[in-house]
Design a protein around this ligand. Structure first.
Ligand SMILES: [Zn+2]
Ligand SMILES: [Zn+2]
Length: 322
């Protein structure tokens, strides 16, 4: 570790190079695809709910076709208004949390904290996986040198080769937002997942109810639905909603899985990297204290869940005690 690059053999240089490489797909096309999936799925689900599923569920035939309003004698059911408000609220919250998740600017390790002596291996090995060289002269204990950023980085931070900077308390790179999940946006990642679970579960209920009103139960089986559409026994709309139903089930299951994993490691005071490496150096005494590091106080936690606010967290991401 302490050997300078000039003294390494070719084999050692190759090992060092490949050990420190972060073999993740490179950036733009994957991020573009994943972000598009989020937006297309979110907006199409909201539009489908407001324009098709809710009117079909709550209104009579006359009202759906626009032939009946309050003025026509039959009032629009209150349940319909509440359901519309719920869909708009879920859409707004999902977009808001995604936006805060995407903003990784607060997670960037400030360059001013690096020592001015410029020490460290200039070999491009960096510290993407936590194996960087110890910090330069004057660096606090536990800090490591990132030779990509050419500065010292605090404990729990790691370099992201996609974001191209060191990230405070880095958990992982999220392709669905195009940013790293770290100290300041991890709670928004979890809130975003919670809203995806809520919206997808509501969608599954409404989509299933719609299809069972229009078709028989066998229609929930895709080959049957495809056959019926090809033989003109059903509408394209029903077929699209059947496909969307499966997308909603997949979204709900995937978000629930991610959320379970995240809540599990947070309760143990770990990041994903630390959990995979079996490290628990920063674990607090209780699960509550561990949760508090990520979500803040209960009041701050609730505020950030329902309002577009980002209350300050107890940790600054630079000073960690083991
Ligand atoms: Zn770095
Ligand atoms: Zn990243």
């Amino acid at each position: 570790m302490g050997k300078s690059v000039a003294n390494l053999t070719l084999t050692e240089k190759l090992h060092r190079h490949y050990d420190s490489r972060n073999f993740q797909p490179q950036d733009s096309s994957m991020t573009c695809f994943a972000v598009s999936v989020v937006w297309v799925n979110t907006l199409s689900l909201a539009a489908e709910g407001l324009l098709v599923l809710l009117p079909s569920h709550h209104l009579s035939g006359d009202q759906r076709s626009g032939g009946d309003t309050e003025a026509g004698g039959r009032a629009v059911p209150a349940g319909y208004r509440w359901a519309q408000a719920a869909v708009v609220w879920l859409l707004a919250e999902t977009v808001c949390q995604w936006w805060f998740l995407r903003d990784g600017s607060r997670n960037i390790v400030p360059r001013a904290r690096g020592p001015p002596d410029g020490s460290g291996a200039p070999d491009g090995s960096g510290a993407p996986d936590g194996n960087g060289a110890p910090g330069g002269n004057g660096a606090p204990k536990g800090w490591r040198r990132c030779s990509v950023c050419q500065m010292d980085a605090p404990p729990r931070s790691h370099h992201c080769s996609i974001c191209q900077h060191c990230v405070l308390k880095r958990d992982h790179h999220c392709y669905f937002s195009g940013s790293c999940v770290g100290l300041h946006n991890q709670r928004h990642f979890i809130y975003f997942l919670m809203y995806v679970v809520m919206a997808s579960t509501y969608a599954v209920y409404m989509q299933t109810a719609f299809l069972l009103r229009k078709e028989d139960a066998s229609y929930l089986f895709p080959p049957v639905a495809m056959l019926k559409m090809l033989t003109a026994q059903t509408t394209v709309l029903s077929f699209v909603i059947m496909l969307h139903l499966y997308l909603s089930v997949i979204s709900a299951c995937a978000a629930l899985g991610f959320m379970g994993w995240q809540l599990n490691i947070i309760s143990k005071g770990q990041t994903s990297y630390e959990a995979m490496k079996g490290l628990s150096k920063y674990r607090m005494r209780t699960a509550y204290a561990n949760f508090r590091c990520v979500f803040g106080s209960p009041l701050q936690c609730c505020a950030a869940f329902v309002l577009p606010v980002r209350p300050a967290l107890p940790d600054n991401g630079l000073d960690w005690t083991e």
